[in-house]
Design a binder for this molecule. Structure first.
Ligand code: MN
Length: 245
């Protein structure tokens, strides 16, 4: 099996190094990741400048672009046969509910999915890399599971609680929860007196009920959510068609 690995925290992040170590024992791996932290990059492509691919001493490739750039270049510009699977992460912090729309971690996996390759995004629920070794073992377990019940390609979003391996619960199928709207921006001043803004924290959970990713991980389970890309609101499409008839 050949696995392409990317992330949004950058090629030097502990999460991608732990993931690559864990998967190297079960697959042939290639790592192509951003040169710096591009968390929050969502599905953006860099269209206004050229991109470079550089090989680091450990064999990882880093790109001066976004997570989506990395997977796009790896799949269309780096020769070789396409990988059997693309994995992204392990992210420093959760990607659940509305986070998935902003996440570069999920976006890297989504780019592979759009190219017809099955993909899995991995995130640790809390920031700070606590029990990263356990999360990497869980990620390897998940990769080794057969998802033959799903048509290929599939796009899976996995969130892993920061717990010791033995304390981590079962792999639990979930739907995305919902958050309240994000906290307001934080206004400040730069050293020259100009007004500046920091994007604030994500909103608190609004729908964290049973069956959601928030619910599963708060009970120590590993959340696994199958995602799709079609944003069409099917109910409203029907209403619109009816109303405009
Ligand atoms: Mn990140």
């Amino acid at each position: 099996m050949r696995i392409l690995i990317s992330n949004d925290d950058g090629y030097l992040a502990p999460g991608i190094n732990a993931l690559a170590d864990a998967l190297a024992s079960i697959a042939e791996i290639i790592v192509v990741a951003p040169d710096s932290n591009r968390s929050g990059a969502s599905n953006s492509l860099s269209l206004d400048r050229p991109l470079t691919v550089t090989r680091a001493a450990n064999g990882f490739y880093f790109v001066n672009g976004t997570p989506t750039d990395c997977v796009h270049i790896a799949l269309t510009g780096m020769g070789d046969a396409p990988p059997d699977l693309v994995v992204s992460g392990i992210n420093n912090g959760q990607n659940m509910g509305d986070d998935t729309l902003y996440s570069g971690t999920v976006a890297a996996a989504t780019e592979a999915y759009l190219f017809g390759i099955p993909a899995i995004a991995f995130s640790q629920v809390n920031h700070g890399w606590e029990h990263l070794d356990a999360a990497a073992r869980v990620a390897r377990d998940v990769v080794q599971r057969r998802f033959d019940m799903l048509p290929s390609p599939y796009l899976l979003n996995v969130n892993i609680p920061n717990l010791p391996y033995e304390a981590i619960g079962a792999l639990t199928p979930t739907r995305l929860g919902r958050r309240h709207q994000a906290e307001p921006v934080i206004r400040s001043q730069d050293p020259r007196g100009r007004e500046i803004f920091w994007i604030g924290a994500p909103g608190a959970c609004r729908d964290a009920g049973e069956g959601t990713d928030f619910h599963a991980t708060s009970h120590g389970m590993v959340s696994i959510t199958p995602l799709q890309v079609d944003l069409t609101h099917k109910t409203q499409l029907a209403l619109l068609a009816q109303g405009l008839a």
